[in-house]
Every structure is written in C-alpha cells, then in structure tokens.
Ligand binder design. Structure first.
Ligand code: MG
Length: 381
C-alpha cells in the first residue's frame, strides 16, 4: 500500500496571535509543521508528504522541513481550505492508494492513532477520528439559545484518511461546483458516501490559541548576590532604606536583593548579567539607585518581547529583622516591573549564625524569575 499525506499549513492562524504562521513556530527545537510531518515520514509506506503553504512562505517551509527533504514537496495553497487541499491532492503521486489529510498544526499525533486511521481506511475506504465532547453544549441563534444533548455530538480530528481515487473524485467535483467545506470528510460525504468513524486521541490537539504555545515559551532564571556590611553606609533592600547600624558596600547603592532579581531576569532571557550590563568601572552607576537599573532591565526585556510572569526572592541576613519592610520591597519591585504585587514575593532568613551572613559580614540574596519569552519562528533556527 502506497500512502501520501497532505498537510495544509497555509492558515493565517490569527487566533494564535504569534504574528507569523503558527505551523512555523518552534516547539522545543523543531517547527510545528516538521513535528506534524515526521509521524508520517516514519512509516515506510508513506512515500510523499505534500506541504500546502502560502507562496511567500514557501522558502521558510522548505527550510523548516529540510530533515524530511526526500519525502516532501511544496505547493501553494488556495483561497479556501478546500482549494488548498485540492492543490495538495493534485501534487500527490498518481499511483498512491491512500491519501491522509492532516492539519499542519497537530504536532502531537501518535503513531498509534495514525496506524488506527490507516487500518480503518484499508478496511472501509475512509477513516475519520472523532472524540466525545466534554463541555456542555448550547445551540445559539442571536438572543435565543438552548441546551443540546452532548452525547449526540463528537469533535472531529485529523488525520482524515481516504481511498486516493475516491478522494480525488470528491475534490474534483467540489472544485467544479465551487463549494467550500471545513474538512475532508464533508467533501467525501457530499460526493462519495458515508465516512467510517474511529476513536481519536485527546492528546492530538490542534494548536490554536496563544495558551497552546505558552508552555514552550516559559523561561526560568536564577540570580544570586552578596555584599559586604560596613559602617557608614545606608542599608537599602528592595528600594527600601532599612534602619541599621551598618549598610552594604558597593559601587551602586548595593541593593543586594534587587541585584539578585535583575540577574534572575537577565538569566531567563539569556542576556548575561548585571556585571556585564552595568560594570562597576562605569562612573554613571556610582551610587545609583538599583531600582533605576531594574527599570533598565525591564526595558531590555520589553525590547526582547519577553514578559515577566513572577519573581520570587529570599534575603539571607542575620540582622536586622526585615519582616516589617518586606511588603514595601515587593511593592517597589512589582512597580518597577509593571506587575501586580502578588507576582513578586520576598522572604528572609538568618543562617543561624553560620558563615559570612551569620557572622554579619555581609548580606546575600537569591532570586528566581519566570518569564514568558517571545515566540520564535522557525527561521530563527
Ligand atoms: Mg551586587
């Protein structure tokens, strides 16, 4: 049995809000379209994979699918999904027995589901993977709406697999009639006959909304800093002047907490550290409030398109007691990062008299930050 696959990748994907074709977005190291195509390429019976994309994106897709270059061909999509799939079918091998149409934005297709649809198609001429709907459903017509019986409805997935000859016939008729359909089973049913349903896979989601890409964009960063305690300096922590007999020594105001926070943020976006960004040999930073430096770090993150999710920090100090000052430290850091206060947490601990902190020679701080990085298109690899 000779199988061809058609992957429509031409959709604008505007709901994903990425600013570029979502099937070119990277999931880990690989573009979505490559992940979607790899499952087919792994089967020896699959001899050609047709990628349907916009003419202006063809070069990007050729690069993104380069690891599968022996099996892939690229065609320009049409004005509708029906026209795009018709173009894809026209580029399939003339002697293929089966055509599988699969959304380019479903990278989590399992080998098990793919084999299931191919087996069902071999027996019956078609296979349509479906899943029971889990949400309650309502039918809405303007102001009028009513509940509908959920058990009668199933959500439709891909791959939708068909006898190649019958699918070609169905699509050529649909194009002649100028009809458009939202999936291939509808085309088959309109011109050929009933499709055979089979169980889909809840993991086989179609990446659609920004949240579908969020997990891939999470970046964590850590920061650590220590400053020496000396007489004759103010003690500044989180932008708050804390009354104490000593203060921290440093080129800036030596705000050890804010320094750790800045390094955590910079680390999360792979942008070196404050020693590189604000060197202590630079007179501009002499005595400067570290809150001003934090604002510059925020501007750098903004420029990179990165958004801070939350910051968590701990101060290590034997003395003084800091608990009354911590809410103001959180508020200051949150304000500098334009975050709600609940996204910034600061705790404090002594070290039970142990080490440099315990001997009151210095104060340390550690911080972690979670950042949502800018989505990266495949062309950046
Ligand atoms: Mg420092």
């Amino acid at each position: 049995m000779k199988i061809n696959a058609v992957l429509p990748c031409a959709g604008r994907g505007e709901r994903a809000g990425l600013g570029f074709n979502k099937t070119l977005a990277l999931l880990g190291e690989k573009p979505v379209a490559l992940l979607s195509a790899e499952k087919f390429a792994a089967l020896p019976q699959v001899t050609r994979i047709v990628i349907v994309c916009g003419a202006e994106e063809k070069a990007d897709f050729v690069r993104a699918l380069a690891p599968l270059q022996d099996k892939t061909v690229f065609v320009t999509g049409g004005a509708t999904r029906t026209a795009s799939v018709a173009a894809g079918i026209a580029a399939c091998e003339e002697d293929c027995d089966v055509i599988a149409v699969h959304d380019g934005a479903r990278p989590y297709l399992s080998e098990q589901l793919l084999r299931r649809t191919l087996d069902v198609c071999e027996e019956s001429g078609s296979a349509l993977p479906v899943l029971p709907v889990t949400d309650s459903l309502r039918e809405v017509h303007g102001e009028f709406s009513r509940a509908v019986e959920r058990s009668a409805y199933y959500a439709v997935q891909t791959p939708q697999v068909f006898d190649a000859r019958k699918l070609r016939l169905a699509y050529s008729r649909a194009m002649q009639d100028g009809f458009t359909f939202s999936d291939d089973a509808q085309v088959y049913e309109r011109y050929i006959g009933r499709v055979t349903l089979c169980p889909g896979d809840p993991a086989n989601v179609k990446l659609t909304n920004p949240a579908d890409f969020a997990a891939e964009r999470m970046r964590v960063g850590c920061g650590f800093d220590t400053h020496r305690l000396v007489e004759g300096r103010k003690l500044i922590l989180g932008g708050v002047e804390v009354p104490h007999t000593k203060g921290l020594l440093g080129h800036s105001d030596a705000d050890v907490l804010v320094h750790a926070v800045m390094d955590a943020l910079l680390s999360a976006v792979h942008a070196r550290d404050i020693g590189v960004l604000f060197p202590d040999t630079d007179e501009r930073y002499k005595g400067i409030s570290s809150m001003k430096l934090l604002a510059q770090v925020k501007a750098l993150l903004d420029k990179k398109g990165a958004r801070v999710v939350n910051v968590s920090a701990v101060i290590l100090a034997q003395k003084p007691k800091l608990k009354d000052f911590m809410p103001q430290m959180c508020a200051n850091i949150a304000a500098a990062l334009a975050l709600p206060e609940e996204r910034v947490s600061v705790s404090a601990t002594t070290t039970e008299g142990i080490g440099l902190v315990g001997r009151e020679e210095g104060i340390s701080a550690r911080a972690c930050a979670l950042v949502l990085s800018k989505p990266s298109p495949a062309e950046s690899i």
